[in-house]
Design a binder for this molecule. Structure first.
Ligand SMILES: [Zn+2]
Length: 422
């Protein structure tokens, strides 16, 4: 691949050899084309899991390069797991670990680095990543992809048949373990959700170019979908957890639709959950009603009851609650208040365009171009509504008029039919 050769020639190359030993990764790293002496992690906090290198005297996430020879260090995945127990550091999925490349791979400080990564694996163990792989088994990672991040699955894994959809495909890796559902049920769970999203986005929900990389693992639960997490910049990584005791309910599940919808979220700078989570929550209901995965009446009942329970500001604006989500933990309130804004916008856009446009169009338009700031997203939403609807909804501390919106959405109404009719 010529482009890759050019990228590799233009930037320092970090060559990793990785050997797992229980919950430890033994890593050997050689860096060519670089004279510096400081190696760093991009993930704050993950340095606690690294041993074998002298820590940098002033910078917490950095270590000093030995004066000669390769860099050798170890990563304790159990120590990473204890930080948060999710794949943004490391998650224990029973027969496999799922971990973030930025929490485990040190890179030369201050320069863009291309990566070549090789694994030495015990019999029966394999690795799954979103990265392209060469004939000899080496994974190659461009600086942009390394910057975007990846989940690596390492352990006893099995590959399910590739899911092919119009214009894109997905590679499904299953972590081996006891499960009640069949492989075919799990594959259909993901395929159905991806088909729904392919229809919405007019092709792949991802901005990457390679097949989507999904890791599925069972957790003790009778629910079909249990939890998920995605990395959506570059070639994406997806983790979907299903209930190992679940034998049914995969068609109506919300977790896969919700997580995979995130792959298509417009690129943003900074975090503002009222938009990324709120609008995804809205479409998790709408898209399942449209596909028939959830009965239309039930989807509207969920929207109406959640709006009643969570959408009134009660003295604190959505902007403020969303900004402080990591402190206040008001997930439901922020997600559903964001969903209520999405609903108000959708209804307004449809009404003022006499059905020619909807929030769907705006969501697809926002995916194009450079990442937008919170202010830019709000301005685009206000513009689409033809009034400061988004800015006032976000700043409101007393009352948002949801009853008025639902009054327009009686069963059988043309508006409701246009939004969730099949
Ligand atoms: Zn989400």
């Amino acid at each position: 691949m010529t482009w890759l050769a050019l990228v590799l020639a233009a930037t320092p190359v970090a060559q990793f050899s990785i050997e797992p030993l229980g919950a430890t990764l033994k890593v050997e790293l050689t860096v060519s084309g670089w004279k510096g002496d400081c190696l760093c992690l991009d993930m704050a906090g993950a340095e606690v899991a690294i041993t074998g290198l002298p820590p940098h005297p002033a910078r917490k996430e950095c270590f000093l390069r030995p004066t000669k020879g390769p860099v050798r260090y170890a990563v304790n995945l159990e120590a990473l797991r204890k930080l948060r127990d999710d794949p943004d550091y490391a998650a224990d999925l029973g027969a496999a670990w799922l971990f973030h490349d930025a929490a485990t791979l040190l890179h030369p400080d201050g320069v863009d680095t291309a990566l070549r990564v090789r694994f030495t694996l015990p019999q029966g163990t394999s690795v799954a990543t979103p990265w392209p792989q060469e004939q000899d088994g080496t994974f190659t990672v461009t600086p942009a992809q390394f910057d975007a991040g990846a989940y690596l699955a390492l352990g006893t894994l099995r590959t399910l048949d590739e899911v092919k959809l119009p214009g894109f495909s997905a590679r499904l890796t299953l972590v081996e373990g006891k499960k009640a559902a069949t492989d075919a049920q799990l594959r259909e769970w993901v395929r159905g959700a991806l088909a729904t999203l392919g229809t919405f986005y007019g092709g792949t929900p991802s901005r990457g170019t390679r097949p989507l990389h999904l890791v599925l693992a069972g957790m003790p639960s009778e629910d079909a979908g249990v939890f998920g997490s995605v990395l959506r910049r570059g070639d994406p990584s997806v983790m979907l957890l299903f209930g190992s005791q679940a034998t049914a309910g995969f068609e109506g599940d919300w977790v896969a639709v919700h997580e995979l919808f995130h792959l298509g979220n417009p690129p943003t700078t900074g975090r503002f959950p009222w938009f990324v989570e709120g609008f995804t929550t809205y479409y998790t209901e709408l898209l399942r009603a449209r596909s028939g995965a959830k009965p239309e009446a039930q989807a509207w009942e969920t929207l109406a009851s959640s709006a009643r329970e969570y959408c009134q500001p009660e003295g604190t604006s959505l902007t403020e609650r969303s900004l402080n989500l990591r402190v206040n933990h008001e997930w439901m309130r922020v997600y559903w208040s964001g969903a209520c804004l999405a609903l108000r916008l959708d209804v307004t856009i449809r009404q003022r365009s006499h059905g020619a446009r909807s929030l769907d169009d705006v969501m697809r338009e926002l995916r194009k171009g450079e990442p937008r700031s919170e202010a830019e997203v709000i301005a685009a939403l206000d513009h689409a509504a033809g009034s400061p609807l988004a800015s006032t909804h976000l700043a409101e501390t007393k009352h948002v008029p949801m009853d008025e919106v639902f009054a327009l959405l009686e069963p059988g109404s043309a508006l409701r039919q246009a939004m969730t009719g099949r």
